[in-house]
Design a protein around this ligand. Structure first.
Ligand code: 4AD
Ligand code: MG
Length: 468
């Protein structure tokens, strides 16, 4: 029986195989029925939709039927017929059923529908079996393909930046150290500090916070590249938008300045949203019905409107005017302050009612590599702010002048021994260039309508949590 070729449920539901005897395999979602007949909803992950299996109880031993419960895996052979019942167009009249694996109803945790997302996080190893997480992981896959397709079709080279690195790109000191030194009794130097000469790499190393610095080296040779990989931040922020391990997409392009960088960011993100609507319609419809009725409207809305572009200074003026009119914010806002997500969301959701690109931030609150403006106070950074999310993209035109970059690195306390190689790109054939980083899970929050970032990555890593 197992030898018969399996048809995926997504293909079965197209209805073209009616009349044929087919074989399907999957996991039982629900089982109901009466003395004479059982209706089994089978799901194999190929689609959000289940296939109905109709089994005449007298055809099968009661021993077999008693093991068919929610969560069990089955192989079913039977004729595909048009369904008389409501809710499905086709169903299988089971001729043979094999239980591949039982799921004890006493202990299988996904018995009934409607478990809370919090509960499902505690069983992240089983949550792919729910409709919600099946949908999310299929969308996550589709968005990966959308991203690779976008850059590939435009001649960008997919570049693999290292995960273990010796430099702190963002300079925020939020790195996870990588070491093989024995923590209980590490070797020490004469001055009492750790003796890194004895460490695996004979130097301090950490998990990367961003592939940008290495990506720039590639862009300054290949013209246009993008990275797409995991990045790590040991920031102790327990928010619905921060992960300690998240995936980032970082395009980097030679010979462009900030305007073209903004054009790229806007076009890219619209492509991704359009892709979600085109290729994830069933899953998005499900998520919209169950979690967020406005999801599809919001996706279309982002596609229709040009993003509003303005400077940080203009943003502060708007926010200060709002405060003057009585709008309350948790954190104070003034020129020089880093906008927090409540400020960003005010601009996007209340003031402009459209995605926003903010440029020209005070140099003190941005990284050392951003191009300094002529005012000497602001840098050519750009953040893309989205409804419900806040910052979804951070990027900039890069400082391409060796001396200015040297000075910025010194001011920001970035040691030359860590970035001597990065500085070389400004010594040999430097050129204007720019890029940005899109947080993959923030994009997924937007296209799925989920509100907690822990629910759009399979096994979330957050402070005090690395189960599984
Ligand atoms: O703004 P960030 O820190 O920028 C960079 O890392 C640059 N090196 C990117 C570049 O120019 N190539 O991070 C970029 C994006 C943010 O806008 C956000 O979407 C996401 O990465 N991000 C996070 N996502 C989840 N959890 C976190 N802790 C995140 N930190 C940043
Ligand atoms: Mg940022």
């Amino acid at each position: 029986m197992l030898q018969m070729k399996r048809t995926k449920i997504i293909d079965v539901l197209k209805g073209e195989l009616v009349g044929q005897t087919i074989c399907v395999k999957g996991w039982v979602r629900t089982r109901r029925g009466n003395k004479a007949v059982s209706f089994i909803a089978l799901n194999d992950g190929s689609t959000i939709h289940n296939l109905q299996i109709v089994a005449d109880n007298e055809r099968f031993s009661s021993e077999l039927m008693s093991t068919i419960s929610t969560g069990a895996s089955l192989c079913v052979v039977g004729q595909l017929v048009s369904s008389q019942g409501a809710g499905q167009s086709v169903e299988i009249q089971a001729e043979r059923i094999e239980v591949l694996g039982t799921a004890d109803p006493e202990s299988y945790p996904l018995q009934k529908k409607g478990h809370s997302l919090e509960f499902l996080r505690e069983i992240a190893h089983l949550r792919p079996r729910t409709n919600t997480f099946g949908a999310i992981y299929r969308i996550r896959h589709q968005m990966s393909i959308a991203i690779h397709t976008y850059f590939h079709e435009r001649g960008f080279v997919y570049f693999h930046a290292p995960i273990i690195t010796g430099s702190d790109c963002e300079g925020a000191g939020q790195m996870f150290q990588v070491t093989t030194l024995p923590l209980e009794k590490p070797p020490l130097c004469e001055d009492g500090g750790l003796d890194y000469a004895q460490d695996f790499f004979a130097r301090p190393t950490a998990l990367t916070v961003s592939g940008q610095l290495e990506g720039e080296m590639a862009a300054m040779a290949l013209g246009a590249i993008y990275t797409f990989g995991p990045t790590f931040r040991a920031e102790n922020s327990n928010t619905p938008r921060h992960l300690a391990e998240f995936w980032m997409i970082e395009p980097e392009v030679a010979f462009i300045e900030i305007e073209e960088n903004m054009d790229l960011a806007e076009d890219f993100i619209k492509h991704c949203v359009q892709w979600a609507l085109d290729y994830c319609a069933d899953d998005i419809k499900f998520l919209s019905e169950h979690f967020d009725k406005e999801l599809i409207d919001r996706l279309n809305f982002v596609l229709e409107k040009p993003f509003k572009r303005l400077t940080y200074t203009e943003c502060i003026e708007i926010l200060e005017a709002a405060v003057a009119k009585g709008r309350k914010f948790e954190f104070p806002i003034y020129w020089g302050a880093d906008m927090s997500s409540e400020h960003e969301r005010y601009l996007v959701e209340e003031h402009f009612c459209t995605p926003v690109i903010v440029t020209d931030y005070p140099k003190e609150i941005k990284s050392f590599y951003m191009k300094l403006n002529e005012d000497g106070k602001t840098v050519r950074g750009m953040d893309v702010l989205f409804p419900k999310i806040g910052e979804i993209i951070g990027g900039s035109e890069r400082e391409s002048d060796y001396d200015k970059l040297r000075q910025r690195a010194e001011e920001m306390g970035v040691p030359d021994k860590d970035i001597w190689w990065y500085m070389d790109s400004r010594r040999y054939g430097t050129a204007p260039h720019a890029g940005f980083g899109l947080g993959f899970e923030r994009l997924l929050l937007f296209v799925t309508g989920m509100t907690n970032i822990r629910d759009v990555i399979p096994f979330p890593r957050t402070p005090r949590n690395a189960e599984f």
